[in-house]
Design a protein around this ligand. Sequence first.
Ligand SMILES: Nc1ncnc2c1ncn2[C@@H]1O[C@H](COP(=O)(O)OP(=O)(O)OP(=O)(O)O)[C@@H](O)[C@H]1O
Ligand SMILES: [K+]
Ligand SMILES: [Mg+2]
Length: 678
Amino acid sequence: MTTASVNKTITGEGLRFAFLQSFVKLNPRILIKNPVMFMVALGTLVMVLVTLISLLQTSDSLGTPGYNLVITLILFVTVLFGNFAEAIAEAKGKAQADSLRKTRQDTKAKKILANGEIKSVSSSELRKGDVFLVEAGEIIPADGEIIAGLASVDESAITGESAPVIREAETDHNSVIGGTKVLSDQIKVKVVAEPGESFLDKMIKLVEGANRQKTPNEIALTILLASFTLVFLIVTVTLKPFGDLVNAPITIAALVSLFVCLIPTTIGGLLSAIGIAGMDRALKANLIAKSGKAVETAGDIDILLLDKTGTITIGNRKATNFYPLREEDREKLNRYAAISSFGDPTPEGKSILELTKSLGVTFSDRELDNSLIIKFSAETRISGVDLADGTKIRKGSWNSICFWSTNREELKFLEQKVKEIAANGGTPLALAVDKKAIGVIQLEDIIKPGIHERFDRLRKMGVRTVMVTGDNPLTAAYIAKKAGVDDFIAEAKPENKLNYIKKEQAEGKLVAMMGDGTNDAPALAQADLGVAMNSGTQAAKEAANMVDLDSDPTKLLEVIEIGKQLLITRGNVTTFSIANDVAKYFAIVPALFAAAIPGLNALNIMNLSSPDSAILSAVIFNAIIIPLLIPLALGGVKYRPIGAAELLTKNLLIYGLGGVVVPFLGIKLIDLLISGLL
Ligand SMILES: Nc1ncnc2c1ncn2[C@@H]1O[C@H](COP(=O)(O)OP(=O)(O)OP(=O)(O)O)[C@@H](O)[C@H]1O
Ligand SMILES: [K+]
Ligand SMILES: [Mg+2]
């Protein structure tokens, strides 16, 4: 199964589920969470009483039992429609959860005991901290981090992506998920999640909406809608004495109907469906949002921090050339580049080793016996090896090698080459032996095609892009200009990201970033929107509020579009809903008083056939607009990157004006259809 392809359309089973849920959600304890719909339900109850009383006694102020019954039923259906909208949004998640459950199964695990022995246990017996072995062809029994080895893994059960991925110990891609399958090699994995708290468990709960909480914006909007409801309650109630005063008695059916038509039932009925659909869209893009708030925040992001390598440029930097200080050093440079990269697992190290191989450099493993490998770190920007014979080889950024080297005079000759490489967007690495620089290694980065257009799109949405790189300022400036980012931070260390985020947040900006390494975890936690790559370390995934199953660094751009789409859809449906209510006011009120106050006839532009028909048509329209808008609520309003002001004008025109016009037409049409029946 694939999360990406499951259930794009709603199945018959989904419809049945949603239909039943519409009744389950009539439970007052569930309904009260939606104050607008709760009031409609109360109105329905009032009308049930009125219908019963009107059966027993005839009175002008009660109306006929038949008419009252019809109004009662329509109000009841209105509540059901609201429930149905939410249920149909949830139905998609339920289907996804069901297929994910099939992925989660008990498997055999080869647990490695403290004494090194292997014991076969059930996957459910594995606890956090346990170590297990998985070999080619086996299912990984639990979530974990690889502590030894490397393997290609089929993650299609979770990501829907059929191409295998490589996971390796001691890299930023050391994370494996229980339920996925090892295709080649074998790995030792340390368990990171207790049973029941695995990634798959969390994902199932998430898509099911089991712990769905209202987002802050949803709460704010709900409070606003509730206060509208209160205002309209007062407006409607005070209309009664006014009607008596002008000798136009208003029936309870008319008052309740007017009230229901005035309160924002459309957005009230669709609000939570819109939120669920937003999370669903994120899921379709293979993004696991830990909360609805994360998706919502994405729509409001001001600044996007992006890594250079792998995000703006294609994958890994490739070594393309060696430049010795003196021509006679060429052999030596190539050789030491190879030896110093042998124990360097970074993409840069691997690529240097490959280039030396293609140049015919050979050396035996024995030369590295008893040597001390100096691992690359983003802090030092240096890697290398101390050989057993005392030779110290280092490679790293120009600044750090300059700092380490003592042949200051000679460095000047190399600096020329370094600048040349950087000015063309490459990354220069200097190589030094025993504190003497002997040459420069050229690493090349290729900018991803189409990335410029994506940044243009973001700029139009009002999002500023900032490239962060550990590279030198010259290289950074070249790539930043070529790729079209708004700003860059060069020679960045992990804590620089964190500080930059804090600084922007202090100015009231919302910042998003994506990361995979343990290094990135603090910044991912600090960012308003932190997206971790699925391949990343456990620390990164825990700190983030979204996880990208595809581990695609450009996914941030999609996240923002999904967020914007959610906010715009909600905004537009709200505008439409309120405009609708205004229109309904003008449809009902003149009809109610036209007989008693002839002057109001001027307002009776709709010329509906009778007050009863006007009210009935308005409540019918009020009810059916909810299911009619379900496709819009679930599908979302397509987001186009135009300026904020232009967007507002356009949306006000379409949804505001449309919201006024559509009910006039709809109510008139319904009036024409039913007036014959009355
Ligand atoms: N394997 C390595 N050995 C030695 N030095 C390296 C190695 N890889 C990178 N460097 C140097 O360290 C600098 C910082 O690299 P790093 O990979 O930390 O950058 P980064 O923060 O990941 O940014 P980017 O997104 O550009 O990769 C590089 O510009 C390069 O000069
Ligand atoms: K309404
Ligand atoms: Mg890097």
